[in-house]
Ligand binder design. Structure first.
Ligand SMILES: [Zn+2]
Ligand SMILES: [Zn+2]
Length: 372
């Protein structure tokens, strides 16, 4: 357990600002990093001491406490117990990005690749029945030549000499200090003297990949399908991001859809509505027939169970909702007009002057309508 003075460990004054502390810690962490000093127990001990010191001094409360009580307080007991893994996980953000390393053995800090989004239009029927769709997706993958380091074979990335790895350069003007992004390394903190010829130092290359996306039957519009690990390549050996396929389901000529129910509009004639009718309607698979009762009103909705869309990942099916619309005839012939007028007279139970020909017709028609 370290009992060294934290300020001495970080080689700063007791009045050091947060920035100075951070800088001092970064410098020590960099110099004594296990990757740069393999097997050097002294460096490792300095590395841990620096982390322990920085952990306390970066926190205003802990620092005030330390200033007052030093190591004597029981708080101090835990600080020496840092493992390297603790240090990397706690301070990885501090030197991981800036020095280009963070995790012991895996070199530069591993970061997960970005997620990708792909908008995919599918037809109504593809959504209803499910499908497997081949996609060609451009994405960045880790450069196979340099394994993502961006450095040509036999060379390495180096800490930027201009900014010392911080990615920023400081400029003084009177009492003020300004930080600007280092123009040599563009803020990365490292430079690649000999860039990989394949990726030009990016560490990744664009590649088109063929993928098969499985569309589950009954999928919704705007559904997001997640394809794990099919996004952008991770950096420095980190895991790849995910690919999100966002579905746009097209409209259908025959059906509308409400959730997992299919909507179908059936036009019928007035006599069929009045007398009852055996209706033939399409489903996703074939035609089915069902009887609508006599006296059905226009706008009545019938439910045919289990003839809708499957619930994704379930055995259950939605229903088919059939809305019956009684169609009013247009463009009637003179005879049809006469018949309808006669029918209306009959409906009002008024006898009127009918031609003998029509009377004959009406008798037949009336028998059917009135069931005589
Ligand atoms: Zn730089
Ligand atoms: Zn490369």
């Amino acid at each position: 357990m370290s009992q060294k003075d934290y300020y001495e460990v970080l080689e700063v004054s007791r009045e050091a600002s947060a920035d100075e502390l951070k800088k001092a810690y970064r410098k020590l962490a960099f110099e004594n990093h296990p990757d740069r000093n393999p097997g050097n127990a002294e460096a490792e001990s300095r590395f841990k001491d620096a982390a322990a010191a920085y952990d306390v001094l970066r926190d205003e409360q802990k620092r005030a406490h330390y200033d007052r009580y030093g190591h004597s307080d029981n708080n101090g007991g835990g600080f020496g117990g840092f493992s390297n893994e603790d240090i990397f996980s706690q301070f990885g953000d501090i030197f991981g990005d800036l020095f280009g390393f963070g995790r012991r053995s895996s070199g530069p800090r591993a970061t997960q690749g970005d997620d990708l989004r792909y908008n995919l239009e599918i037809t109504f029927r593809q959504a209803a029945k499910g499908d497997d769709i081949k996609l060609t997706i451009p994405r960045n993958v880790t450069c196979p030549l340099c394994s993502g380091t961006g450095a040509a074979e036999g060379s390495q990335r180096e800490v930027c000499g201009t900014c010392g790895g911080s990615g920023q350069v400081y400029r003084r003007q009177g009492p003020f200090q300004f930080a600007t992004t280092c123009h040599v390394c563009s803020g990365r903190g490292h430079v690649i003297p000999k860039p990989c010829p394949k990726c030009k130092g990016d560490g990744s290359i664009e590649e088109s990949r063929e993928l098969t996306v499985h569309i589950p039957a009954g999928v919704y519009d705007s559904a997001r399908l997640r394809l794990r690990g099919e996004g952008e390549a991770g950096k420095n050996g980190g895991p790849s991001g995910d690919l999100y396929v966002v579905l746009r389901v097209g409209a259908d000529k025959v059906f509308d859809r409400e959730g997992q129910d299919l909507l179908y509009v059936a036009d019928i004639t007035f006599p069929n509505a009045a007398l009852g009718y055996r209706l033939s309607i399409p489903t996703l698979d074939d035609n089915i027939e069902f009887d609508i009762p006599k006296g059905t009103q226009s706008g009545t909705v019938f439910r045919v169970q289990g003839k809708g869309l499957p619930y994704p990942g379930e055995k259950r099916m939605g229903d088919m909702l059939v809305e019956v619309i009684v169609k009013t005839p247009k463009d009637l012939s003179a005879e049809q007009i006469e018949l309808l007028e006669a029918f209306e007279l009959f409906a009002q139970k008024k006898d009127a002057k009918l031609s003998s020909k029509l009377k004959k017709e009406m008798k037949k028609f009336g028998k059917v309508i009135l069931g005589e």
